[in-house]
Structure formats: C-alpha cells, structure tokens
Design a protein around this ligand. Structure first.
Ligand SMILES: Nc1nc2c(ncn2[C@@H]2O[C@H](COP(=O)(O)OP(=O)(O)OP(=O)(O)O)[C@@H](O)[C@H]2O)c(=O)[nH]1
Ligand SMILES: [Mg+2]
Length: 325
C-alpha cells in the first residue's frame, strides 16, 4: 500500500491501516521517518478532533479494568474509542501489554474500539513524540475518544498530562496517611481524581479516601480553565461497573465549558508550544552528544581548566562549531 492509499484507508477508519500507520511512526528507520512525516502531513488537513483523555495510576490500581469498562460504556453510547499506552517501563518486561490484552478482551473485540500496545522504547522523549503522532493518527481515523494510559511512575504522568485534554488520576482506597503519597505536582495537573474499587468491603474506605482527596483538591487554587467545582474527586468500581457514567458526564461538563470559554483550544496550543520547545531542546542536546562534539567539549574543558581559554570564548566556540550559532 503506498502512502496516499494508506492515508485514505486511515481516513476511512480502517483499523488495520491505522495499526500500520502507527507502526510507521514508531519506526526509527530514516526511510520510515520520511514516509511517516508525509503521512502525517496528508492527514493533518482532515481537521478531526477527538477528546483526549489521559489516565494515570500506580500498578494494580485498576487502569486496565477501568479502560475496559469505561471504553465499553462509551462504545454503547455510539462513540468510537482508541486506547494508547505510554509505558516507560515496557522496555523492562515487555510483558505488561500481554496482561492488558486479556484484561481488555471485550473492548479489544469491539469493532468500534482500537487498542494499541505501548512502543517498547526506553527513551521517554521518543515515546512522547510517537504517542503524540499516534494520537493524531487516531483522530484522523475518526475516533471520538482517545484514552492515553500510563503507569504512575517517574515523569510519564507529566508527559500524558501534556498530551491530553482531560487528565484523570486513578487511585485505590487507602488509609488516611497515604494522601501524602500523591505528589502535589500530579494533584495540580489532575482534572479528576477517581477512586476505584468502591465495591464490597472496600466501599467505605473508598468513600473516605474520596472525601479526603476532595478536601485536598479544595485547598488548591481554582484554575482559570476550570468551571466551578473542578478539579473533582469521585468514586467508581471498574469491576462492578458503577460510577463510570458519572465520570463521563463530568468529562463532558468540563470539555463543553472549556470549548465555550476558549480554554480547550488554548490548552492545545500551549501543549503544541511545550512539545515544540521540548523536542527542540532534545535535538540540540543530541547534537552536542555527537562524537565530534564530545571530543571538542573535552578539549575545550581541558583548555579552560588550564586557563588557556576563557569561559566566554569556549562557550562561543562550542555554539559556533556545533550548533551553527
Ligand atoms: N474490587 C475491585 N477490584 C478491581 C477493580 N478494578 C480492578 N480491580 C482488580 O485489581 C487488580 C488490578 O487491576 P488492573 O486493571 O490489572 O490494574 P492496572 O492498573 O491496569 O495494573 P498494571 O497494568 O499492572 O499497572 C485486578 O485483580 C483487578 O481485578 C474494582 O473496581 N474493584
Ligand atoms: Mg494494566
């Protein structure tokens, strides 16, 4: 299939074509990169927009179960749902998605859903770029909702928050002092805190945990991009399928409000800037990591240490020789 036929198939919502297109953007081979860029340019004009929902939570909190139940609920409402994963640890085991495939079995079988395992790359910057491009491909393929999942470790939540329109933090019922365990930074970027496993013996604890987080969220400054009452905390049971409708209603409320107030587009624009600057920084650093640059850097550092060159001159020479500045 040539590039333009692939573009047409993606636009027609063909899931196999979408999978191939994502494989293309994930490839690190230069000739694939060129084809991927051409494809992305072809599709950019479609102007389709999904609601991008980021979802983060520690291992075992119930992300996969939540995505399965929530995804099926969305599909039952006539929406097409794509699921992508940002998993910085997938290089470690390579196995996590196998578990997910079985846990999301029903969703995976639904014609209106598309599930994509995370690319097995350890470099988070590369994963972020490829995920962004995969999101764009899912939008071009006409998906209404793109769910972007990440396990809550390290910086991957920040990456997903910068990739999504609405960011959900999934938590498990827990005793009072665990509240401090959630980093303040992540509380500040979460649009909704969803306490999962509010069923059976865990229900009372889940309700208490939710109240604790609701209290903590009220202490945060109200954000200009939010309507009254956000960010919110709520309880669900992904297993018993309760509270998921409410999560969706709240997402709709937030998205509708932001669309009307102009914040929806403003946030996406700010994200585009954020990624442009992040990738530029990364590209510049990559140049400085070339063998030639590293040799020059070492030589200049020696000269600097020996007092043979000034700091200003050494800096100017590096910038001139290796960044064309
Ligand atoms: N009681 C109860 N158990 C749940 C619920 N949701 C998930 N679980 C259970 O919690 C365990 C972990 O669920 P997963 O959905 O695999 O969790 P995850 O966050 O995807 O885990 P990782 O992929 O390892 O990060 C499983 O045994 C689920 O059955 C729920 O709503 N209630
Ligand atoms: Mg999982």
């Amino acid at each position: 299939m040539d590039n333009s036929a692939l573009a047409d198939a993606v636009l027609a919502g063909d899931r196999r074509a979408l999978a191939r297109a994502i494989t293309l953007v994930e490839s690190t081979r230069p000739e694939h990169r060129a084809a991927a860029d051409m494809l992305l340019e072809r599709l950019a004009g479609a102007g389709r927009q999904a609601i991008r929902i980021g979802l983060s939570g520690t291992p075992g909190v119930g992300k996969s179960t939540f995505i399965e139940s929530f995804g099926l609920m969305l599909v039952s409402r006539g929406l097409r749902v794509a699921v992508l994963a940002v998993d910085p640890s997938s290089a470690r085991t390579g196995g996590s998605i196998l578990g997910d495939k079985t846990r999301m079995e029903r969703l995976a079988r639904t014609p209106d859903a598309f599930i994509r395992p995370s690319p097995s790359q350890s470099h988070l910057g590369g994963v972020a770029r490829r995920t962004r491009e995969a999101v764009a491909l899912c939008e071009a393929a006409g998906f209404d909702i793109v769910l972007i999942e990440t396990v809550g470790v390290g910086q991957s939540e920040t990456v997903v928050a910068e990739l999504s329109d609405v960011f959900l933090l999934l938590l498990a019922p827990a005793g009072g002092d665990e509240l401090q365990g959630v980093k303040r930074g992540i509380m500040e970027v979460a649009d909704m805190i969803v306490v999962n496993k509010a069923d059976g013996d865990l229900k009372a604890t889940a309700t208490r945990t939710c109240a604790d987080y609701a209290g903590a969220l009220r202490l945060l400054r109200r954000r200009p991009q939010d309507p009254e009452g956000f960010p919110k905390a709520m309880t669900v049971s992904a297993l018993a399928d309760t509270g998921l409708d409410t999560v969706w209603e709240e997402i709709r409320t937030l998205v509708d409000w932001r669309r009307e107030s102009g914040h929806f587009d403003a946030i996406r624009k700010a994200q585009a800037r954020f990624w442009f600057e992040a990738d530029l920084r990364e590209a510049l650093l990559a140049r400085l990591r070339s063998t030639e640059a590293r040799k020059a850097l070492e030589m200049l550092s020696d000269q600097l240490a020996d007092g043979e060159i000034t700091h200003t001159r050494a800096l100017a020479q590096m910038l001139h020789d290796h960044l064309n500045a």
